[in-house]
Ligand binder design. Sequence first.
Ligand code: AMP
Length: 111
Amino acid sequence: MDCIFCKIVKDEIPSKKVLENDKFLAFHDINPIAPIHVLIIPKEHYEKFDLTPSELFSEMADFIKNVAKELNITDYRLITNNGSNAGQEVFHLHIHMVANPEGKLKWPKLV
Ligand code: AMP
C-alpha cells in the first residue's frame, strides 16, 4: 500500500503544492512549526535519508534552491529526521524547509 506522501504525489490526498517537476514535489506542511514550513520529497519512495541513493541529492539540492526562489526567501533551515528516534513520523524521505521571513528562527533545545 502506498504511503501518505506517495498518495500526495498521486493526488489521491490533497496538498498545497509549491513546486513540482518530474522527480520532486514541494508542498506546505499541514501542521507548520514556522511561518513557512514546506516539505520537499522525491516522487519515488525512499524510506529515509539513509536509504536514499546519494546521487539523488545533487538534483534534489537544485530543486530545493528553486523552492526557496518560488517562496521568495533567502534564509531558511533544512531538516530531515532520519529514523523514529530522530522524530521521523512519515517514512518517505522528506526535507523540512522552515523559514521566518519577518525575523530570526529560534534554535530550540532538542533534548
Ligand atoms: P517527520 O516527523 O519528519 O516524519 O515529518 C512529517 C511531517 O509531515 C510533519 O511535519 C507533519 O505535519 C507532515 N504531514 C503529515 N501528513 C501531512 C499531509 N497530509 N500534508 C502535509 N503535511 C503532512
